[in-house]
Design a protein around this ligand. Structure first.
Ligand code: NAD
Length: 515
């Protein structure tokens, strides 16, 4: 077991620009400490101005602290926003190609350090290394979209009348803010940064206080990639920081990803202050399985969907709606799921409280008469930490908590119904609307489901139907507050505003400007 000193940060908490945190040393699961998480403001690490609280950043595999995060307050938000505002104008005056070149260089730095970044994600979040690597690769894909923006962001121009031309240009909003969840420490910030920065904004990020470390590497890599001082900043903290973003008059837009209850609150508060807001929330994703589905493909896919990242994905399968006689498929799902080993193929869940909450759902379902087909309670790995193994609850009623609330763990609730119409109506009656999939070999069944489910991201024979770039990521109903998607072109539209310019140069005195 290797253990690097937690104080490596050693940093110079006075905020001198020289104190880089540098690469994360781990190249295995062995417990490894990292630098304490501080604010990154104006290209230097600094401590909170007045708040004196810190939290442990726990590696969920061990339940041990790998660093502290020093929580900020409204005064730190004021500081970061002032620095960002001072840097933003000059950044916006750079041509879009030059802004995009920073993304090119960031991409190269991330590709070169892919393993290092993946180990950092794995240690701070708990997900197993291959999942962490997939996260970093997806983050890189988001950056590639940012690199492409100069080729996409040309506005339209038209001669709308004799001698009169209208054109559209995309202008930055100014200083904008992003708030991200614990489950994708590196990828979710990259849902926002490329479009916001290439769009000419200055950005203030508040990562989840449970996973503040990956963002520190992003900050240093952006600086290395040539992003001017103050254009990207981090304020570490909790809801105090988020509320200060919502209330700050100079923050023009807030992007948020997290649970539904908080997404709704943040949306209301930011919009109440006249800001643009896009807040993605939680999920309860339904997979509909009909008897003609391919057994192997379906079983493999469903298990990957509900156990991947220990079920801590807003796109994870959560309810399997079994239509008619599909026991042959369910048996294959149960067999595969029971073979997965916690610690090797399935990572830990984020905290002890999360583990207890997930186990509480399983206990309650069992007490209501549900059969626990695969039981992950009591799962453990050698190192300690917070574990729940893959669990399948067969025979749930649609109204049971396990079938309608977000569990956010590796638990699949099976609801059995006789017809496809009933399956669709169960999916539709859930308030969330992130993802939904159908497993079938019938084009007709696939089409009927795809036309009727209440979800923004739908799959045919795919358990995690994430739209890859350049398609936009975003759900419906209680899974998203605000208009549009957070990635792809919608993301660029969200972080910019359209300026319409109408010009008349020709001297045509005989015509009015409308003619
Ligand atoms: P969370 O809502 O607890 O926290 C998200 C962020 O909000 C964090 O940065 C946190 O510090 C902040 N926050 C927490 N409470 C707050 C409050 N009362 N006011 C203001 N800010 C607050 O979510 P989490 O546990 O970090 O992440 C898991 C949740 O995120 C799940 O519900 C999951 O479905 C959802 N999620 C959704 C998507 C999506 O695209 N829809 C993607 C990833 C995660």
């Amino acid at each position: 077991m290797t253990t690097a000193p937690a104080s490596a940060a050693s940093s110079d908490s006075s905020g001198s620009p020289g104190a880089l945190v540098g690469p994360f040393a781990a190249r295995s699961d062995a417990f490894t400490a990292f630098h304490d998480a501080r604010h990154w403001i104006g290209d230097r690490w600094c401590d909170p101005r007045s708040r004196r609280e810190s939290l442990d950043v726990l590696n969920p595999r061990f339940g041990r602290s790998i660093a502290k995060v020093h929580l900020g307050g409204a005064d730190d938000v004021d500081h970061a926003v002032a620095v960002a505002a001072a840097a933003q104008r000059a950044w916006a005056e750079q041509p879009i190609r030059e802004r995009a070149h920073v993304m090119y260089r960031l991409r190269e730095l991330m590709v070169a350090d892919l393993d290092e970044l993946s180990w950092l994600v794995s240690h701070e979040n708990g997900k197993i290394f291959p999942e962490a690597k997939a996260e970093v690769e997806k983050a890189i894909e988001c950056i590639e979209f940012g690199c492409a923006l100069p080729n996409l962001a040309a506005g339209n121009q038209l001669e709308v009348s004799r001698g009169v031309a209208c054109e559209v240009a995309y202008a930055p909003l100014g200083v904008v803010a992003g708030v991200t969840p614990f489950n994708f420490p590196l990828m979710v910030p990259m849902w926002m940064l490329p479009q916001a920065l290439v769009g000419g904004n200055a950005f203030v990020l508040k990562p989840s206080e449970r996973v503040p470390l990956s963002s520190m590497r992003i900050a240093e890599m952006l600086a290395q990639a040539g992003l001017p001082d103050g254009v990207f900043n981090i304020v570490q903290g909790d809801r105090t920081v988020v509320e200060a973003f919502c209330d700050h008059p100079q923050v023009k837009a807030v992007g948020f990803v997290g649970s539904t209850a908080v997404a709704k609150q943040v949306y209301g508060r930011a919009a109440g202050h006249g800001k643009r807001a896009l807040c993605l929330g939680g999920a309860k994703n339904h997979l509909i399985v009909v008897p003609d589905a391919d057994v192997e493909l379906t079983a493999e896919n469903i298990v990957a969907s509900f156990t991947g990242c220990a079920g801590q994905r807003c796109m994870a399968a959560s309810v399997l709606v079994a239509v008619g006689e599909v026991d042959h498929i369910l048996d294959a799902v149960a067999t595969r799921a029971s073979q997965l080993r916690p610690g090797i193929e399935v990572g830990p869940v984020t905290t002890a409280a999360a583990r207890d909450r997930i186990v509480g759902y399983i206990d309650a379902a069992e007490a209501e008469g549900v059969r626990v087909l695969v039981d992950g309670r009591g799962a453990a790995a050698d190192e300690g930490g917070y574990w729940v193994g893959p669990t399948i609850l067969d025979g749930c009623q649609p109204s049971m908590k396990a079938a309608c609330e977000e569990i956010f763990g590796p638990v699949l609730s099976v609801v059995r119904v006789p017809t496809l119409d009933e399956a669709i109506s169960i999916e539709n009656s859930n308030p969330y609307g992130n993802a939904s999939s159908v497993y079938t070999s019938s084009g007709d069944v696939a089409r009927r489901v795809m036309e009727r489910v209440e979800a923004g991201m739908c799959g045919v024979n795919i358990g995690v139907p994430v739209p890859r770039e350049p398609f936009g990521f975003g759900g419906w109903n209680d899974s998203a507050f605000g208009a549009g998607n957070i990635t792809g072109w919608d993301g660029y539209r969200f972080w910019t505003r359209q300026r319409k310019i109408t010009s008349k140069w020709a001297l045509q005195r005989d015509q009015t400007w409308m003619s």
